[in-house]
Design a protein around this ligand. Structure first.
Ligand SMILES: [Cu+2]
Length: 238
């Protein structure tokens, strides 16, 4: 009876802890609450890695418990050496190699999604962003519109963000839409992102860049293509 109560309280504490952590999966800046194709690929990779490493943890703990509880076996020196060699080759070479190959085979194609590769029949929209200590300057070259800490884009359309820095290294990151890209002085890096549907998202500089780095926030608004056109028209002559 006592054991059952202990099991129950353990189960309810585990559920509370799980709910607490899952609470962190939502919100305007959560990479686990994707709102675009490349963010979805990253979230899937994250869950895949989480499952894989959870499995590794369970196996390691099981082996550890087994090692603690099993009866010692007496082996000859040759047998012991052979066993040690097997563990070194299996656990030190084959297992890490297999792990790296599996992870790379999933993560490399996902990385490609964020590259500005040519698209069939659809030209991506270009938006230029210059990072300053401590603000984002957004520039729509076709319409000659500038905004500060505010990025407007059409939903359902691939957008190429060309990032540059006016001073130090920053990192452009809108977790719900794509992965992050470093913003390096003297270079232009390009990140492709896309929002599935209209909505508001939050971006944040992801590389420590000085005193007010934490306040280097970017508000992102995805509009329907028609609303985006209207927004461009409205701001063209500002
Ligand atoms: Cu920063």
């Amino acid at each position: 009876m006592k054991r059952l109560t202990v099991l129950h309280s353990f189960a309810s504490s585990a559920s509370i802890v799980t709910l607490f952590f899952l609470g962190g999966c939502s919100g305007p800046q959560s990479a686990l609450n994707p709102a675009g194709p490349s963010a979805l690929a990253i979230a899937n990779l994250w869950w895949g890695m989480f499952g894989f490493f959870a499995l590794v943890l369970v196996i390691v703990v099981a082996l550890w418990l087994y090692a603690m509880w099993r009866k010692p076996v007496s082996l000859t020196e040759t047998q012991a050496n052979r066993l040690h060699q097997r563990w070194i080759i299996g656990g030190g070479l084959i297992l890490p190699l297999m792990t790296i190959i599996v992870l790379l085979s999933f993560s490399i194609p996902m990385g490609y999604r964020m590259l500005p590769l040519p698209l069939d029949g659809q030209a991506p929209l270009r938006i230029d962003i210059t990072a300053h200590q401590w603000r984002w300057e957004v520039y729509y070259s076709d319409a000659d519109i500038k905004t500060k800490n505010e990025l407007h884009l059409p939903a359902g359309v691939p957008v190429d963000i060309h990032v540059r820095s006016a001073d130090v290294i920053h990192s452009f990151w809108v977790p719900r839409l794509a992965g992050k890209i470093d913003v390096i002085p003297g270079r232009t890096n390009i990140l492709r992102l896309e929002a599935d549907a209209p909505g508001r998202f939050r971006g944040q500089c992801a590389e420590f860049c000085g005193k007010w780095h934490a306040l280097m926030v970017l508000m992102v608004e995805a509009h329907t293509p028609e609303d985006f056109e209207a927004w461009l028209e409205e701001h063209k002559h500002d």
